[in-house]
Design a protein around this ligand. Structure first.
Ligand code: FPP
Ligand code: K
Ligand code: ZN
Length: 482
């Protein structure tokens, strides 16, 4: 399938974009570019159809495989559903001269608040995902520039009710602890955090629990006796570093060595290496199918352990990984799929799109001799089109979605916005201070309204950098607990 990246053949030097203002550093505390202006997406007025849409986004693919399968049929249906939106031909949105609608902030904000309220009985199966709802909603509201401080008390009491004395958080009261729900609770606390919220977490019990999940092959089980996969490894790495936990292992840990030489991170990069598949992508565990969600987890783990420029090339085949990642972007839809021969989905804007800032940081450094990425490694324009044109729920409901025809939900609202944020920003890792520096991404023409820039999020932790700094500083100063 054609790749939108192919249309950006002319090299564009970041430093020589004459029409762009000198990029200003976006500090994390600066919300000045996030304007809460009322946005009306009413009935589309009778206007000229948008002229500035590259036919790449409005035509069916030129090269087709004759073999008709279930896969080719659902792919064709998906293209058919996306094309009216991409061509600015549906009758719901108002489009700018690039054929792109505004981000319906107010509707999304309202939808998100609703997702922290009570749900109808039929949502009972989502009960074990309550920590996730806290994270998805609070993260999305934060990216939209909303003040979430009013949720602090309820995050604190909900987290308390889900914490186990044996360490970690379950998906609800009385549930056993799981790395995914613990990760979600820790991030939600970090987002609303002040010290009172941070103090809910029993770090000593958390550390002991993580030691019991750490495996001798370098990975982590997601819960005691549960499956071992790269989600677990990423969630554990995030928790360990945000809470500044000691790396030492308890003697009871399955990964503990008699000579004391193993720690919580021992063997982790090798575990990640074993998850890269013949396709170049990353699978959930060694010898399984590559999937975008796991690529983000893999790169996140490595970037936590060391500078991406040093550690990623040491453990992963970068040309193969970049080839697999860029094959995830389709034309004309312009969004990402999660795996080979599957459909585009808005959430991969984060799981796949979020890999690129880490790959770019890996290439744009002096720590290795790989060629620098002097232009975007994927079509940011395409992804932004898929997000704004195809992923915004087009009724009063608000929220963002997988693809046209699917209802919006908190999960997609969070990850579509995370993907929008990484498409709109450029991240550089300062080699000396080890600080991430963020700039608006200005290499390509900005097809979206400047007011529709969402807040930058840390390339590894996927929440604004100032929250990451604050929690690390708090626990770093507090120190160990032996
Ligand atoms: C396939 O679903 C999806 C997966 C195999 C992995 C999903 C995992 C995540 C989204 C997140 C993991 C990360 C953390 C941090 C918990 P599908 O078959 O419905 O979708 P597809 O057709 O798009 O592959
Ligand atoms: K999916
Ligand atoms: Zn999805």
């Amino acid at each position: 399938m054609a790749n939108p990246q192919q249309k950006h053949q002319q090299p564009q030097q970041k430093t020589s974009v004459s029409s762009s203002p000198i990029p200003e550093i976006v500090t994390d505390d600066d919300d000045s570019d996030f304007v809460d202006e009322e946005i009306s997406i009413g009935d589309r007025e009778e206007e000229e159809p948008a002229a500035m849409i590259d036919p790449l986004y409005t035509q069916t693919p030129l090269v087709r495989d004759d073999l008709v399968t279930h896969t080719s049929e659902v792919q064709d249906e998906t293209v058919k559903k996306c094309l009216p939106y991409l061509s600015a031909e549906d009758d719901v949105f108002e489009y700018n001269e690039h054929g792109v609608p505004r981000l319906a902030r107010e509707k999304h904000v309202k939808f998100l608040h609703g997702n922290l309220g009570r749900f109808p009985a039929r949502f009972v199966a989502a009960d074990a995902a309550r920590p996730w709802y806290m994270y998805w909603v609070l993260s999305a509201l934060t990216m939209l520039g909303e003040d979430i401080s009013s949720y602090k008390e309820s995050v604190v009491s909900t987290a308390r009710s889900m914490q186990n004395e044996t360490g970690g958080f379950g998906g609800g009261q009385g549930h056993i602890s799981h790395l995914a729900t613990t990760y979600a609770v820790v991030l939600a606390i970090t987002l609303v955090g002040d010290e009172e919220a941070y103090e809910v977490i029993d770090r000593k019990a958390m550390w002991k629990w993580l030691c019991s999940l750490k495996q001798a092959d370098g990975g982590f089980q997601v819960c005691l006796g549960g499956e071992e996969d790269i989600r677990g490894a990423y969630c554990a790495s995030v928790i360990i570093t945000l809470l500044d936990l000691p790396l030492d292992l308890t003697p009871e840990s399955p990964a503990s060595k008699p000579d004391g030489s193993a720690n919580l991170f021992t063997g982790l990069p090798d575990y990640v290496r074993r998850c890269q598949t013949f396709e170049g992508g990353i699978s959930g565990q060694p010898d399984a199918e590559a999937h975008g969600a796991y690529a983000f987890c893999a790169l996140g783990c490595l970037a936590i352990l060391d500078h991406p420029g040093r550690i990623i090339p040491k453990y992963l085949n970068i040309p193969l990984l970049v080839s697999w990642l860029s094959s995830r972007q389709y034309a004309p839809e312009a969004g990402f799929s999660g795996r080979t021969n599957k459909l585009v989905d808005g959430c991969y804007s984060h799981w796949v799109g979020g890999c690129f800032p880490l790959i770019e940081a890996c290439l744009n450094t002096t720590s290795n001799s790989l060629p620098a990425a002097d232009q975007s490694l994927f079509s940011r324009e395409g992804l932004i089109r898929y997000i704004l044109n195809c992923c915004q729920e087009d009724t009063k409901r608000g929220g963002l979605r997988d693809k046209p025809g699917k209802p919006s939900d908190a999960y997609h609202t969070c990850y579509v916005l995370s993907g929008l944020s990484s498409a709109q920003h450029q991240w550089l890792l300062d080699e000396e201070t080890k600080d991430w520096i963020v700039l608006p991404y200005l290499d390509e023409e900005q097809i979206f309204d400047p007011k529709d820039r969402v807040r930058p999020i840390h390339p590894v932790y996927a929440i604004p950098q100032q929250h990451v700094r604050a929690v690390k500083k708090y626990f770093g100063e507090k120190g160990g607990f032996f």
